[in-house]
Design a protein around this ligand. Structure first.
Ligand code: HEC
Length: 112
């Protein structure tokens, strides 16, 4: 009886080792996958404080995510920048930088 128990135990153990080995093999395979994302060719149009805008606003999404939106007023763009900060977790920037970015957005993508 003890022998039978031991032998079953060994089989379960072997099965366990085998599935761990299979899992590690799968993980190793998953670790070697390379994903090539398409390059982001979208650009912000030229305007005041462009470098600051590029550095701040291309961290999470492409420029055309911003430039393809309808034109809007200063208040509208200020609300967008506030939303990026408060809701979408943008790294904090000074109120001076916020104003410079809003100046850019209004001058290039503002309501005429
Ligand atoms: C921390 C990440 C992050 C940064 C930095 C960021 N955004 Fe966004 N932005 C988002 C997310 C998330 C969305 C929503 C995406 C979605 O709805 O699919 C978004 C969407 C937008 C939209 C689309 C309309 C909307 O209101 O949802 C605009 C316009 C926009 N961002 C402008 C900006 C500008 C301008 C900046 C620079 C001041 C900026 N974003 C920086 C995360 C970010």
């Amino acid at each position: 009886m003890t022998t039978l128990f031991r032998s079953k135990c060994t089989r379960w153990l072997a099965a366990g080792v085998l599935s761990v080995a299979t899992l590690s093999a799968q993980l190793a395979w998953a670790g070697s996958v390379t994903i090539v994302l398409p390059s982001d060719k979208s650009r912000f149009a030229n305007g005041p404080n462009l470098t600051l805008v590029q550095e701040t606003c291309r961290e999470c999404h492409s420029a055309d995510y911003v430039t393809s939106q309808p034109r809007q007023s200063r208040t509208g763009w200020q609300n967008v920048v506030t939303k990026m900060l408060v809701k979408y977790g943008m790294d904090p920037i000074s109120t001076t930088d916020q104003a410079l970015i809003v100046d850019y957005l209004v001058s290039v993508y503002g309501v005429p």
